[in-house]
Design a protein around this ligand. Sequence first.
Ligand code: DGL
Length: 294
Amino acid sequence: MTAPNHPSPERYPLAMAAGAMAPVGVFDSGVGGLSVLRALRQLLPNEKLLFLADQAHVPYGSRPLAQVQGFAEGIVHYLLAQGAKLVVVACNTASAAALQRMRLDFPGLPFVGMEPAVKPAAETTRSGAVGVLATPATFQGALYASVVERFAQGVRVLQHTCPGLVAQIEAGQLKAPETRRILEDALLPMLAEGIDTVVLGCTHYPFVIPLIEQIAGPGVRVIDPAPAVARQAGRILDALALRNPHASAGSVTYLTSGDPAALQAMLPKLIGESAPVRGVRWDEARGSLEPLAG
Ligand code: DGL
């Protein structure tokens, strides 16, 4: 997780102008962001959450970082236009590609981003070997390199990109034989090397934790950073006095740049509830998101 160190109202005029009643924007390339949304709702039940899945462009992880940066910038413009007071980048890949740049381009808006949770893994491993699962773009980014350099001295960090896993999860194939094969390809060599911790460095992966635990067995700890990200979002809102004061105001608006009906059908499976999903359209020429007509 990555976030500003000392959030103060003077630093974030856009957030202060939006006010405590404004929504918290949350985005990902797809359904992965729902694993973070779930934690945000648990910890911040009074907030209005605006969740955007950029499913027109999923997966992000095999794309060049510059292209993902363009998508992220377009999404943040859109969330800002909807009055967001805080943006949670519920995507390791978009954080790797664009977080630094977004903080420069939108200095008045606070962001909570994600980075693979190598630090807690390195602090608690007993075997001295940890495995990180993330997308190729996340592993390429400077953020990951700096996390490993700062926090994993003396610890062996093994990595795997799990090709095809994001697509399986987008398709709701949480227990399919192909999903198991992808995870076994990633985990069995790491387990043979003695890892005792698996870091989920992609927000899609918490949806296959049961399968990961089956493959890895009881001696292996699986780290999902979503609760820590939600706590950081809460700390920022508190520091800026921007928590929604209404006891019963919590709600989620679901948006996708892909097929709204398909995302709507996935919600019960992934987060155990039904809700309407609205479409937004990615305008290729302008590099921006527009509401769908009608
Ligand atoms: N959920 C994303 C992440 O945390 C992106 C996966 C993808 O689109 O490749 O990295």
